[in-house]
Structures are given as C-alpha cells and as structure tokens.
Design a protein around this ligand. Structure first.
Ligand code: CTP
Length: 434
C-alpha cells in the first residue's frame, strides 16, 4: 500500500472527501488489518471519521490504534448500551454519518444485514443508516462461492443506497489463490469518492462499455519512440466510474501513469502501438453497447520497422522520410458501428476550443465529442482537473467544469447513458399479471 496514492484525490479541485462525515464499519475478516492506514488516509484528506468494530474484528485490529488514527473514539460492542448515554449509540452513529464504508464485510455480517438481524453494534448501526453504504466483502474463496453467501450478495445488488464492490482475485491470507480478496484501499477511496459525487446509482447495470485510454507508443527504432504526455487518467476514471455504476468494462490502454489499483474490476487489454490498439478495439467493438475513445493515439508512425538502433544521422534521415499517418481509429469504429452502439470521442485542443471541436465533431461522425483544452493551467494531460465542451446530436453543446476528472467522468457517463437509452433502451423486465 503506497501512502502517497492514498492521500491524494484523483480530483484536484476541492477533494470531495474533505469535510465529509465517514462512518467506517469493520467486520471480522483478516483484511481488517488494512483499515487503520485507510482511516489515516481519510483523516489526512480532511474527512471526519468514526469507526465501529464488530466483535470478531476486535480480535484482528486494535481499537486503540483506530481511535488514535481517526481522532475519535472507536466503538465496540461493549459500548452499545450505557446509562451515561442520552441516546442509543447505534442511532447516534447512524444519524451522524453522511456516508458509510463497510469494509471488510464478512460472510456473517453480510448475512446479518441481509436478514435484518440487529444483534451487534455494527449490525444495528448499519440497519439504522439512511445514507449511502459502500460495501466491500473479503473472505476465503470457498466461503465466497458458498450458496448462502452468493444468495445474500445477490440480494444486496438490488438495494438502494448500497454500492456493492465485488472482491477481486489473488493470494488470500489462507494461502489460497482465488476470489474473495477485498478491493484495495486505493480503490476503496476512489469508490468512496465516487459515492460522494454520484451516489450508488447502477444505471449502467447490464451494459458493456469499451474504453480506450492513455497514449500509444510508435517505435522509431528499438531505442526510441514517438508518443505524447497522456497519462490515461481521464479514460481510466471513466472506465472505473462506469464499473461502479454497474457496467462491464473493457479497457484498451497504452502505457499508463495512474494508480494500478484503479484498474481493479476492469477487463484490461494493455497495448503499445496504435496498430495493436486498433486490433484490440476491432476485436471488442461487437460486444459493446457504448465506446469512449479517450486514448491519445499517435498521429504518425514509421513506415517500416527497423530491428537495430539507428545511428544519429540515419535517425535524422528516417525522421524526414520514413513516416506514414496512423489511421483514424475512431473513424474506423464509427464506420463499423453496429446498430444501437453509441460512441463518445475526445478532442484535445489548444487555442480556441469550440470552433475546432465543431469541425472535428462533424468530421469524426461520433455521437458525442468531448473537447478539452490542453494548454490551460490545471487542465488537460496529467492534471487532476479538466473542463471542456460536450457536443452532441442536434447541435447540443454543454460546457462542463473546471472540475475533478472523476466528477467529469460521471457527467460524461450520464450523457452517454442518456444517448444510449434513446438509441437502445434496456429491455423492460416482463412481469406476470397478478
Ligand atoms: N483518434 C483516433 N485515431 C487517431 C487519432 C485520434 O482514434 N489516429 C481519436 C482520439 O482517441 C479522440 C479523437 O480521435 O477520440 C480526437 O483526437 P485528437 O487527437 O483530438 O484529434 P486528431 O484526429 O488527431 O486531429 P488533430 O490532431 O488534427 O487535432
């Protein structure tokens, strides 16, 4: 766990977690040992934090450490009823919270919650909460696969105000490799920020989104390449925000400079060159309901590859004569688009944005185009914030930002979902007449 990654928001313009009242509920899974550092990161990002430990979590993590790191008493079962308290503690905590982080969520706490049992401080607090809950299970892979847990987890998917964050796969503390590993603290923070910005909406459930992100890298020779300063941040945040809103996401990406944990839960296809990106996009396009083409594709590449490093003079000659244009991948996607698919393009502009964007929108033929300036302080490549114009059907033009890239990702996803609903509404479930 890298502490600098935990304490920096992906959104630069006013950290959305700052000043928020975050209630952290910790139940009995060994992943609980990751929570003290996460609590500390929340406090460093300006959140007010209070913690509750379930009886099993008390065995795994120190209440004293959590109290110290959260700058607030850490509550355990023995505190629930006291003749010194004017109001029940679980009600007080539930009413205090603006957002709840339930991590790790054990099989037992999941069962208690789903079946409406309020027999611990953690369970009764959770039941009394009327605010969004980010729930991150962690358990052994056989337990995670057990029919009772599957049923309880499925039940949770339809609950309003709950964002169920699927655990990942990996080496578990029991030495098994498999599903059941809690989402990383870096992703939990990103998801919590997403809940603060966009709530627990699951409007992308049942949809598949294909996203491209990052730069491509065109080799000049084995030692040099042509690329650009894109970090992939906008595309990755768009992909993860869509996943949190229920989408299945394929991410085709060049070399990225973002937290690797932000890729958890996405289907990733790393590529180097524009040709490799084109091939991956072509392969995946057919299954996608929508595409967001956020990659900064290189405009030119060498005509013929060279196997050995060029001496300086030969390189200078090659730079003069050896180039060809990279085909426009977005234009290819638009040409091959199946009925109902919606495509969002991006436009990186310097100077006057809107006029150039209008021309590009007309030229590219995509459904939506987000044009952003790359020459303004604090926006564009690598910056945590962004702003720009979203151009859509019927000459619709909307200005977004300046705002954090995660907030912007949510706004773009809403616009994309709107366009998608018009083009290809999700089938309405058929219900039998009573
Ligand atoms: N794009 C693409 N293939 C390329 C170049 C760009 O698919 N070879 C896509 C980008 O992913 C983006 C959109 O086209 O969604 C606009 O990219 P941008 O770099 O702004 O524009 P260009 O088409 O490269 O035009 P110019 O460089 O002249 O501004």
């Amino acid at each position: 766990m890298r502490s600098e990654a935990l304490t920096a928001s992906p959104d630069g313009r006013g950290d959305p977690l700052s000043g928020r009242r975050v209630l952290v509920l910790i139940s009995g899974s060994i992943a609980a040992v990751k929570l003290p550092q996460l609590v500390s990161a929340l406090v460093q990002r300006g959140a007010q934090v209070r913690c509750v430990l379930s009886p099993s979590a008390e065995q795994l993590v120190s209440a004293v450490a959590l109290a110290s790191l959260s700058r607030s008493p850490c509550h355990v079962d023995a505190d629930q009823w006291s003749h010194r308290a004017a109001r029940p503690l679980h009600i007080e905590l539930a009413e205090w919270a603006e957002v709840v982080l339930l991590a790790p969520l054990s099989a037992t706490s999941l069962a208690r919650w789903v079946h409406g049992m309020a027999d611990t401080l953690l369970a009764s607090t959770l039941m009394a909460c009327e605010v969004p809950v980010l729930a991150a299970p962690a358990m052994n892979s056989a337990m995670w696969a057990a029919p009772a847990v599957r049923r309880n987890w499925r039940e949770l998917q339809s609950w309003e105000r709950v964002l169920p964050l699927e655990p990942g796969s990996g080496l578990l503390a029991c030495d098994r490799v498999g599903d059941g590993r809690m989402a990383s603290p870096e992703l939990l923070l990103l998801a919590l920020e997403s809940v603060v910005l966009a709530g627990c909406r699951r409007d992308w459930q049942g949809r598949r989104l294909l996203v491209s992100a990052g730069p491509t890298r065109e080799p000049l020779d084995p030692a040099r390449c042509l690329t650009n300063p894109s970090t992939g941040r906008m595309g990755v945040l768009l992909a993860q925000a869509a996943r949190l809103r229920g989408a299945t996401v394929d991410l085709v990406h060049g070399p990225l400079a973002v937290d690797p944990e932000w890729l958890e839960g996405l289907h990733c296809y790393p590529v180097g060159t524009a040709a490799a990106m084109e091939a991956a996009l072509e392969r995946l396009q057919g299954g996608a309901d929508a595409i967001a083409m956020a990659a900064a594709v290189a405009d030119h590449r060498r005509r013929t590859p060279v196997p050995t490093k060029l001496p300086k003079q030969a390189l200078a000659d090659a730079l003069r004569s050896e180039w060809e244009a990279v085909p426009d991948l977005l234009a290819g996607l638009v040409r091959r688009r199946p009925p109902g698919q919606v495509i969002l393009g991006f436009a990186a502009q310097s100077g006057e944005v809107l006029e150039q964007a209008r021309a590009k929108f007309a030229r590219k033929g995509c459904d939506l185009l987000f044009a952003n300036p790359i020459d303004r302080a604090g926006a564009g490549f690598a910056a945590p914030d962004n702003e720009g114009w979203l151009l859509g059907p019927g000459d619709r033009e909307r200005h977004f930002g300046p705002t954090g890239k995660l907030a912007l990702a949510h706004q773009l996803l809403s616009a994309l979902a709107e366009a998608l609903a018009l083009r290809a509404p999700l089938p309405v479930p058929v219900t039998a007449d009573p």
